[in-house]
Design a protein around this ligand. Structure first.
Ligand SMILES: *Cc1c(COP(=O)(O)O)cnc(C)c1O
Length: 354
């Protein structure tokens, strides 16, 4: 730390992204990226956009908003695009949380929520998940705080039914409820359809997972017009050109290639079902996942040990510290070949060590 670092940020603990080691070629199942390349249409549009990079990108993301609004059945004024959905979450913390009332989110969820709370000095209530890792909607009624919930949740992979989400939104009419739907395309039920009914609901989604564009950095939020205006006030006060021209073009290409998107989601869901079965046959406890990853533990091998042994064998998965998470590993669903290699390798590791 330099002696110039602003007093208010000195105690900030930054988010730690999943490792991206370059020492050798790994099968990367640790950061929930897609095993598939972006749609050929997305790639072609991005290349074309590169020819015009001397110009600023469209700060309104007009074409992209029109395409997304049509697909989601909302108004163009009810959408805003951002540099990944991490940026929309950042804007939402800035716009809708204050030091007086604070924010609430599950104690086990996306690691960025406590980081934003900490960055802005917002008191955070971390609501414990149930024993089975599910979210109890009743715990979120009448908290008088901004609420942030990932649905499906990470790293558990569990989804709340839309009726439970609606109960939370309805039960907090004086507070914004942010539903982070980073994984919704893998089997969850989107809360976007509730938007016409509730002026306190903000739904965020990303192109990083189901649309194979993690490196493109594209996310968005959907909410009533007034909420989106507030986000735009923050956005135009920080970085109006937050989405670059190649990414806008790629995003448009992706939205125009619905079939490619559907096929990939279907493949991930199939591979998830297959891997879940394989792991259960090897005595793993696997939480029923609605995402592109599974969260699993073995009765005879801790999560850290399995993570390290897989890494030795050229496969990266994610391990989290903390009492309730440490027995588990989180494994991103890859293509069929990767899943086969993973299952074989885990079988071999268990045989050798037990
Ligand atoms: C991956 C992820 C995000 C952020 O993704 P971006 O790449 O920033 O769009 C947000 N929330 C959850 C729960 C995630 O897993």
């Amino acid at each position: 730390m330099s002696r110039f670092f602003s007093e208010e940020f000195r105690t900030v603990t930054p988010y730690v992204p999943g490792e991206q080691p370059k020492d050798k070629k790994y099968i990367k199942l640790n950061t929930n990226e897609s095993p598939f390349p972006p749609s050929p249409k997305a790639q072609a549009y991005a290349k074309q956009a590169a020819e015009g990079l001397q110009l600023y990108s469209d700060p309104e993301c007009k074409a992209l908003r029109e395409a997304a609004a049509k697909r989601l059945g909302v108004d163009v004024d009810e959408i805003v695009f951002t540099n990944g959905s991490d940026e929309i979450l950042n804007f939402a913390f800035m716009a809708f949380c204050d030091k007086k009332h604070g924010v609430a989110f599950p104690d086990i969820s996306y690691g960025f929520y406590p980081v934003y709370a900490n960055l802005y000095g917002i008191p955070a209530l971390q609501v414990p998940l149930r024993e089975d890792f599910s979210i109890c909607a009743d715990d979120y009624i009448g908290l008088n705080r901004t609420i942030v919930i990932a649905n499906p949740n990470a790293p558990t992979g569990l989804a709340l039914p839309l009726s439970e989400i609606e109960r939370i939104v309805k039960g907090n009419p004086e507070n914004v409820v942010v539903i982070d739907e980073a994984y919704v395309d893998f089997g969850g039920e989107s809360a976007v359809k509730l938007i016409p009914k509730y002026d306190n609901l903000l739904v965020t989604q990303t192109f990083s997972k189901s649309r194979s564009m993690a490196g493109g950095r594209l996310g968005f939020a959907v909410g009533c017009k007034a909420l989106i205006q507030d986000i735009n006030t923050i956005r135009f006060s920080t970085n109006p050109f937050n989405v670059n021209a190649m990414t806008i073009a790629a995003g448009l290409g992706s939205l125009e290639d619905e079939e490619y998107f559907r096929d990939n989601c279907r493949a991930i869901i199939e591979n998830r079902t297959w891997l879940t079965q394989q792991l259960r046959q090897m005595d793993f406890t696997v939480i029923d996942s609605m995402t592109n990853f599974v969260f699993a533990k073995h009765p005879k091998m801790g999560g850290k040990e399995l993570y390290l042994k897989l890494k030795d064998n050229g496969i990266l998965v994610r391990h989290f510290g903390g009492e309730r998470l440490t027995p588990f590993v989180r494994i991103t669903i890859g293509d069929a070949g990767q899943m086969q290699t993973l299952a074989n390798t885990i079988g071999k590791i268990l045989e050798e060590s037990l």
